[in-house]
Design a protein around this ligand. Structure first.
Ligand code: ZN
Length: 103
């Protein structure tokens, strides 16, 4: 049984079987090509986002590494100057704080 329908691409009315969606092969291909173009555009946008996030992640890793180097250097200085030993006399709480900066 043929039904009257509206083509989603060119908006013309046509008659066809229940499962027919487009007025012509041209409109069917146009819709399919648009879907593919949208998909590639989404992939391109996703790749750009991933590249941006990767760059941000790399920058954060650099900052963490720099911070860890600074902490290690400070801990070495504290040990070398004997300040750490003096702090230990003040209790394990201070030493625990110093160690927690390295984590
Ligand atoms: Zn059409």
């Amino acid at each position: 049984m043929n039904l009257t329908k509206t083509c989603p691409v060119c908006k013309t009315t046509f008659t066809g079987r229940k499962d027919k969606k487009f007025c012509s092969v041209k409109c069917k291909n146009e819709q399919n090509n648009q879907k593919l173009a949208d998909r590639y555009l989404n992939v391109a946008v996703a790749r750009t986002e991933i590249a941006k996030l990767t760059a941000e992640n790399l920058e954060l890793k650099k900052q963490i590494a720099l911070r860890n180097e600074t902490i290690a250097s400070l801990q070495t200085d504290l040990k070398r100057t004997g300040v750490l030993g003096q702090i230990k006399l003040g209790g394990a709480v201070v030493n625990g704080l110093i160690n927690s900066f390295g984590k």
